[in-house]
Design a protein around this ligand. Structure first.
Ligand code: NAD
Length: 318
C-alpha cells in the first residue's frame, strides 16, 4: 500500500501589489522560492493585472501557482508579507507616513487574522519599525513571528557601496546598518570587515568613522531612498530582493543572520521597541537577536534611534 505524503505548502500572501509588492512577486517567481503566491490589494484589478502579467512568464520560471485573491486566502499561508499603504512623496520622511499607515494597518491586520491565519507576518510598509510593532499588537501573534524588513535594505546598500569602493565582491563585505530604517540609522563600523579583516586595515586608519570617504559612503546609504525618489519617484527593486531573502530564510529554515526589525526585550539594554538589529531567522521567525559588543558611541546611537521610534509610536497611539 502506498504511504500518504503531504508536502509543506510553502504558501505566501502579499498584501499590497504596488511597486514594492509586485516587484517582490516578480523576484519570488524568478528565484522559485514558494509553491503558491496570492496577491491581495484593495485595488483588485491591479492585483489581477499583476498576477496575469507574471503568470505569462511561467514557462520561463520554476512552476508556481500565482493568483489575485482575498484575505480568506491567508488562512493556510506560511507567511504574509505586507507592502500596502502610502509611500514617501519627494521630501517626506518615513516617519511622516505614520498616521496614515497605522490606520490602514489596523484594518489589514484584523482582516488577515480573521481568516484564521497562524503563520509569520513580514512588514515592509513605512515607517517599518513602527508598523511591525502595530502588527504584533493588533495580531496578538508571538513577537518572534512578526518581523519588519528593518535595515536589511540599508545594510545591503552599505555593503554594495563598500564593495564598489574597495573593489571586493559585496558578498564578502560584512557591515551592518542598525537602528531605525530611516534618518537615525547608523553604521556599526566597529564590526565592519572584508573577508575577516577589519575595515580600518584596508585604508590604514585607526578611526574609520572619521575618515571622510567612509563618512560619505554611510551618508549615501542613509540618504539613498531620497536620492532614488527624487530621480524615479519610488524605490522598490532593492527592498523586493531583501524581502525575498527574508522569505527564503523563513521557508527554508536557514538560520541566516539578517538585519531585520525585531522587538527588543532587554537586548542592548532596551525594551519595548521594534528596531533594526542582526537576528537569526528561521522557520519560526526571529530565533535570536544577535547582541554585538557595540562601542559607547554606537550604543548611544542605538538608544537615540530607539527613543525617536518610541516617541513617534506614542504619538501614533500604539
Ligand atoms: P504603491 O503606492 O505603489 O503601492 C501601495 C499599494 O497598497 C497600492 O497598490 C494600494 O492599492 C495598496 N493599498 C493601500 N491601502 C490598502 C489597503 N488598505 N488594503 C490593501 N491594499 C492597500 O507603494 P509602494 O511603492 O509599493 O510602497 C509601499 C510601501 O513600502 C510604502 O510604505 C513604502 O514607503 C514602503 N517601502 C519600504 C521599503 C523598506 O525598506 N522597508 C522600501 C521601499 C518602500
Amino acid at each position: 500500500m502506498k504511504t500518504q505524503f503531504t508536502p509543506k505548502t510553502r504558501k505566501v500572501a502579499v498584501i499590497g501589489t504596488g511597486f514594492v509588492g509586485s516587484s517582490y512577486a516578480f523576484s519570488m517567481v524568478n528565484q522559485g522560492i514558494a509553491n503558491e503566491l496570492v496577491l491581495i490589494d484593495m485595488n483588485k484589478e491591479k492585483a489581477e493585472g499583476e498576477a496575469r502579467d507574471i503568470n505569462h512568464g511561467m514557462p520561463f520560471a520554476t512552476p508556481m501557482k500565482i493568483w489575485a485573491g482575498d484575505y480568506k486566502d491567508c488562512a493556510d499561508a506560511d507567511l504574509v508579507v505586507i507592502t500596502a499603504g502610502a509611500n514617501q512623496a519627494p521630501g517626506e520622511t518615513r516617519l511622516d507616513l505614520v498616521e496614515k499607515n497605522v490606520k490602514i494597518f489596523e484594518c489589514i491586520v484584523k482582516d488577515i487574522m480573521n481568516s484564521g491565519f497562524d503563520g509569520i507576518i513580514l512588514v515592509a510598509t513605512n515607517p517599518v519599525d513602527i508598523l511591525a510593532h502595530v502588527t504584533q499588537k493588533v495580531s496578538g501573534l508571538p513577537n518572534e513571528r512578526v518581523i519588519g524588513s528593518g535595515t536589511i535594505l540599508d545594510t545591503a546598500r552599505f555593503r554594495y557601496l563598500l564593495s564598489d569602493y574597495f573593489e571586493v565582491d559585496s558578498r564578502n563585505v560584512h557591515a551592518y546598518i542598525m537602528g531605525e530604517h530611516g534618518d537615525t540609522e547608523f553604521p556599526v563600523w566597529s564590526h565592519a570587515q572584508i573577508g575577516g579583516v577589519k575595515l580600518e586595515h584596508f585604508i590604514n586608519t585607526a578611526a574609520i568613522e572619521k575618515e571622510p570617504d567612509m563618512q560619505h559612503l554611510f551618508e549615501q546609504t542613509r540618504d539613498a531612498a531620497y536620492h532614488i525618489i527624487n530621480r524615479k519617484g519610488a524605490t522598490y527593486y532593492g527592498i523586493a530582493m531583501g524581502l525575498v531573502r527574508i522569505t527564503k530564510a523563513i521557508l527554508d529554515d536557514e538560520n541566516s543572520i539578517l538585519t531585520v526589525s525585531a522587538l527588543l526585550e532587554g537586548q542592548y539594554g532596551i525594551s519595548d521597541v521594534y528596531i533594526g538589529v542582526p537576528a537569526i531567522i528561521n522557520k519560526n521567525g526571529v530565533r535570536q537577536i544577535i547582541e554585538l559588543n557595540l562601542t559607547p558611541h554606537e550604543q548611544q546611537q542605538l538608544e537615540h534611534s530607539a527613543s525617536i521610534l518610541k516617541q513617534t509610536r506614542d504619538r501614533a497611539f500604539v
